[in-house]
Design a protein around this ligand. Structure first.
Ligand code: SF4
Length: 572
């Protein structure tokens, strides 16, 4: 029995949304359970940036792997790709069982069975148990002697399947009570996105999590299981992780236990997490920082109490401001999610969001236009009042912007709201960065230096360096590097200052700061390389050669050594 899991592509091309190009964590879990049960399973990520022709890649995979079952992970934005690939799969390999799973099919089974004649089944909700039972049934391995029973999908909870002209829904599958019983996906795959829990006790009206997982029963991996997962992945060379729990810090003791394990193991890793502003405190944040966390994203959503209430997240401003200050003070980037174009949004409520943004002083921010989709309370409300019906999903749209079902809003106004928020953020970001307040805790000093220099690099060489909305990114980077060095000797800060000085042709200053860095980090190839380039710019090729030669085995250093050698031969 061979299973091919597929991550299809979004309808609209993505420029910056990295999350849309990675394999959903759920597919790794599904594939791992199936592999562990002795079947064959593979994952095909068609959304990956380097897949030039997804259709051709899909055809090639079917022809080479000859799968008996193809399982698509489907969201609203990827549904058209999934349905078109299902059609192709049916033509290439007619006997293949075609299964959809994920949030969109879970809430729109009727739509998918009517829109996609090639679809055989949907796995609703949490998929591991249902998917494995389905594969076992298809393989005739359930242990029952009755052939008819073996193929009786109606006994598998969590399944919706086409049976002639009818569609049968077997009802919800029981949730897996102990997540630690699941096979470690890291045993079979290498990936960066992880989740220690499933579910969220929140009830945000725009979010699909409460209805998908249920709000009453948040389930967790143990710190031991989760640590083992990270350790295995680190052993496979993964050095940075995205921990994408809905609210990672919901169980404080569990997170502390995990952090202590990570600190004790001394893994050279970094990670990002997502949390709520009312679920963090200074001690927890300090431990997270020491365990490798460098960024926490918080859903702030709006500065207006009235809008937040409508969105189902009535968190007071003061809690948000405190969480953002405490996160930065511990040495992590506090990143804000804001939503605009919400029910009741006006110029005044957007001004309240801008005012809150000024208080939060986030060092990263994402501004989303509110969209709605099946599986959210907001969509249910709109449906009840007749402002939307299921027919809309036959149109070639990814999701439904809220303003389209809200008589008080229109595209131009909502676009202006987004523009005002982004302008406020980018106009003030350099000041937020340069005035960040750090905790007075000597045990955090190296982490503070790392935080400031990392942030500095985003201004000098990263995302903010080429962003026209930011004035003088090099000036901000320089201030951050210099401040980092007042906290602790930091390789990245020395290098950043050296590179900035080189870029602005202050070659003597560059060499001075790089020498200071080399006094602390004599084995740093990057500091040596930067110094060598400075010397070459001063036409001191013999000095550059002497500086670079200890690192001659590095390809990039070898190139500069060859240039020095050539120059010395032609200008003896
Ligand atoms: S937005 Fe966040 S806090 Fe709200 S329900 Fe969704 S996951 Fe929970």
């Amino acid at each position: 029995m061979k299973v091919l899991f597929v991550n299809p592509v979004c309808l609209d091309p993505r420029v910056t949304d990295a999350d849309a190009t990675v394999v959903p964590i759920g597919l790794y879990y599904l594939a791992a359970q199936i592999l562990d049960a002795g079947f064959q399973a593979a994952i095909l990520n068609l959304a990956q940036a380097d897949v030039a022709d997804p259709d051709a890649a899909f055809t090639a995979a079917i022809e080479s792997q000859q799968p008996d079952l193809i399982g698509f992970s489907v969201t609203n934005p990827t549904r058209f790709s999934a349905m078109s690939l299902a059609r192709a799969a049916r033509q290439i390999r007619p006997q293949t069982v075609i299964v959809f799973g994920g949030p969109a099919p879970t809430f729109m089974a009727d739509y998918f069975f009517s829109a996609c004649p090639d679809l055989d089944m949907i796995v609703k909700g949490e998929g591991e148990q249902t998917c494995l039972a389905l594969v076992q049934a298809l393989a005739g391995q359930t242990g029952r002697t009755d052939q008819q029973n073996q193929r009786d999908f109606s006994r598998i909870p969590g399944l919706v399947f086409r049976d002639g002209n009818t569609v049968t829904d077997t009802g919800p599958a029981p949730l897996i009570p102990d997540l630690d019983r699941l096979v470690h996906p890291s045993r079979y795959f290498a990936f960066q996105h992880l989740a220690m829990s499933r579910g969220c006790p929140g009830a945000c009206t725009f979010c699909g999590s409460p209805l998908f997982w249920g709000t009453r029963n948040v389930r967790f991996h143990s710190p031991e299981w989760f640590f083992e997962e990270i350790q295995t992945l680190a052993g496979k060379g993964i050095t940075h992780f995205y921990i994408s729990d809905d609210t990672f810090t919901m169980d404080r003791d569990r997170v502390l236990a995990l952090c202590r394990k990570l600190i004790h193991a001394g893994l050279a890793i970094t990670w990002h997490a997502i949390s709520r502003v009312d679920r963090v405190d200074p001690q927890l944040l300090a431990e997270m920082r020491k365990a490798g966390c460098i960024q926490i994203s918080y859903g702030v959503e709006s500065g207006s109490d009235a809008v937040r209430k409508r969105l189902g997240k009535p968190v007071p401003d003061a809690a948000a401001v405190q969480a953002f200050q405490q996160t930065a003070a511990a040495g992590m980037i506090p990143r804000a999610y804001f939503i605009y174009g919400s029910p009741g949004e006006t110029t005044d409520t957007i001004q309240e969001s801008v005012d809150l943004l000024m208080q939060l002083q986030p060092l990263g921010a994402v501004f989303y236009m509110l969209v709605t989709f099946p599986g959210t309370r907001l969509y249910q409300q709109a449906k009840k009042t007749g402002r939307v019906n299921g027919e809309i999903w036959h149109q070639k749209i990814e999701d439904l912007p809220w303003f389209e079902v809200d008589g008080d809003l229109d595209f131009d106004r909502v676009q202006q709201f987004g523009h005002a928020l982004r302008k406020a953020f980018y106009d003030h970001l350099p000041r937020f960065a340069e005035t960040v307040k750090l905790a007075d805790d000597p045990s955090l000093s190296p982490f503070h230096a790392d935080f400031l220099s990392r942030l500095g690099m985003t201004f000098s060489h990263g995302d903010y360096s080429t962003d026209d909305r930011i004035t003088d990114p090099d000036g901000t980077a320089k201030a951050l590097f210099e401040r980092a060095l007042t906290c602790h000797p930091d390789l990245r800060a020395f290098l950043g200052l050296g590179m900035l000085a080189l870029k602005h042709r202050h070659l003597d200053s560059a060499i001075t700061i790089l020498d200071q860095g080399l006094a602390h980090f004599p084995g740093s190839k990057d500091l040596v390389l930067c110094k060598g380039i400075c010397l070459m710019n001063q036409h001191r090729f013999a000095d550059a050669q002497a500086c670079l030669s200890p690192f001659e085995h590095h390809a990039d250093v070898g190139h500069y050594l060859a240039v020095c050698q050539q120059h010395l031969e032609t200008h003896p």
